[in-house]
Write a protein that binds this ligand. Structure first.
Ligand code: AMP
Ligand code: GLY
Length: 424
């Protein structure tokens, strides 16, 4: 089978590595990909949200399945585009259509969905410019800290958690009337603060059946001890030790089943991943958010643990036979440490030569923001590499990732040396 992966990060390199292991794989393409995917697949230098360019690439290369990495093509309707096109409509797309992608594309939509289908989540109300005063009055009824969320996609930056009531009222006004986060904050969700420990659970569904994939915890802040600015993610651990069988059972019963059944009831034919951001509050799961894709860097810790053929699972999604597919997981711990460009997540430099990525004796070195220049690997993004290792426990896996990173070098590289610190 010829496959096209859309995207260019560590997540997509992890998909690529897993898919090339499949006996069913013929030719693999990644658009646009990175220096890591270039070694094991064919990169096609197009923008994944340029659907006519995607169509051309699919037809030219006899692609038989498309796997969508990031949310943007999904929210913009790449799956719907395929279904509406005579020459593409029979090519399966792994990733929901626009209606399902609203679970990530609109916080208001996802909160309404959760309440309608009885999925545990924080209480909330949504406000627009016209209802700013009501929004400020609603804030007065809540206890701090106050959680304000831009309704639309804001590149992971649209959530504010504020201790002071006056400041929260001003931020609400800033979001609604000045469009602080662009059109994404023309509607704002205000919700109750959930006090617990965060983790993520991933689900693959064909719209009828599902597989609950391994849990993971990511480390979003740039600084050690979880301080400083938010990033795309600086590391991940899978599985999450406190997410034991009992907890995962609760997640499946209270969250996964009502979510998959709710999508069916609402007439949303969802084929793809659901990334469930959870808060564990005293052993009970509450949903913080849905994403309609896998996480990055969580994928780099979760996918290597799946020992079954990923392409076989994707075929199950495409043909709605996922329930009958075999699915097995390596019980060991996987740890991922992300190596970033100095300065990230603020302004950073690109184009630095990278050495040492071939040292994969103890780890898998996934490429994220890398590209080839004059035959050499150079940095091309904020998050540059993601180094994953296995171990019997978190510490033994981390030691390997850090040893591998010691052999990697590029100007001003940076990484957190405390991934998993709260779990050990
Ligand atoms: P989101 O984009 O919805 O995932 O929110 C970003 C981050 O804000 C989450 O990963 C949480 O750490 C935090 N957060 C979001 N909603 C809440 C909430 N209701 N209570 C506490 N923390 C939250
Ligand atoms: N690491 C968080 C995300 O992919 O959204």
């Amino acid at each position: 089978m010829n496959i096209l992966i859309l995207g260019s990060g560590g997540r997509e390199h992890a998909f690529a590595k897993k898919l090339v292991e499949s006996k069913k794989m013929t030719k693999l393409f990644v658009a646009p990909g990175n220096a890591g995917t270039a070694r094991i697949a064919n990169n096609i230098l197009i923008d994944p949200t340029d659907f006519p360019a995607v169509k051309k690439a699919v037809l030219e290369n006899q692609i038989q399945m498309v796997v969508v990495g990031p949310e943007a093509p999904l929210v913009e309707g790449v799956h719907d585009f395929f279904l509406a096109d005579e020459s593409l409509k029979d090519i399966p797309v792994i990733g929901p259509k626009k209606d399902g992608a609203e679970l990530e594309g609109s916080k208001d939509f996802s909160k309404k969905f959760m309440f309608k289908h009885g999925v545990p989540t924080a209480k909330y109300q949504a406000f627009t410019k016209e209802t700013l005063t009501e929004g400020q009055m609603f804030l007065e009824t809540l206890n701090p800290p106050f959680v304000l969320k831009a309704d639309g996609l804001a590149a992971g930056k649209g959530v504010l958690i504020i201790d002071n009531l006056q400041e929260a009222k001003e931020e609400l006004a800033d979001m609604l009337t000045n469009e602080k986060f662009g059109a994404a904050s023309s509607k704002v969700v205000i919700e109750e603060f959930l006090d617990g420990i965060e983790l993520s659970v991933f689900v693959l569904t064909d719209g009828k059946g599902y597989k609950v994939l391994p849990s993971a915890k990511d480390y979003k802040r740039i600084g050690e001890g979880d301080v400083g600015l938010n990033t795309g993610g600086m590391g991940a651990i899978s599985p999450v030790p406190f997410a034991d069988a009992d907890f995962i059972q609760k997640v499946e019963e209270r969250v996964v089943k009502p979510t998959v059944e709710g999508l069916q009831q609402d007439g949303i034919d969802y084929r793809g991943f659901i990334f469930i951001g959870l808060m564990n509050i005293g052993g009970d799961p509450y949903v913080i958010e849905y994403n309609v894709r896998m996480g990055d860097p969580e994928t780099e810790a979760v996918l290597p643990r799946i020992t079954s053929d990923l392409l076989d699972l994707f075929e199950g999604v495409a043909t709605q036979t996922l329930a009958s597919k075999s699915y097995e997981v390596d019980p060991r711990t996987a740890t991922t440490v992300v190596v970033v460009a100095g300065g990230y997540p603020e302004a950073y430099e690109k184009g630095h030569f990278i050495t040492g990525t071939e040292n994969e004796e103890e780890s898998i070195v996934y490429h994220a923001g890398t590209t080839m220049k004059e035959g050499k690997i150079v940095s091309n993004g904020g998050r540059v590499l993601a180094v994953t290792s296995f171990g019997e426990d978190i510490n033994s896996a981390l030691e390997k990732s850090y040893r591998t990173i010691d052999k990697i070098s590029f100007e001003k590289m940076n990484f957190r040396k405390d991934i998993g610190f709260d779990l050990i």
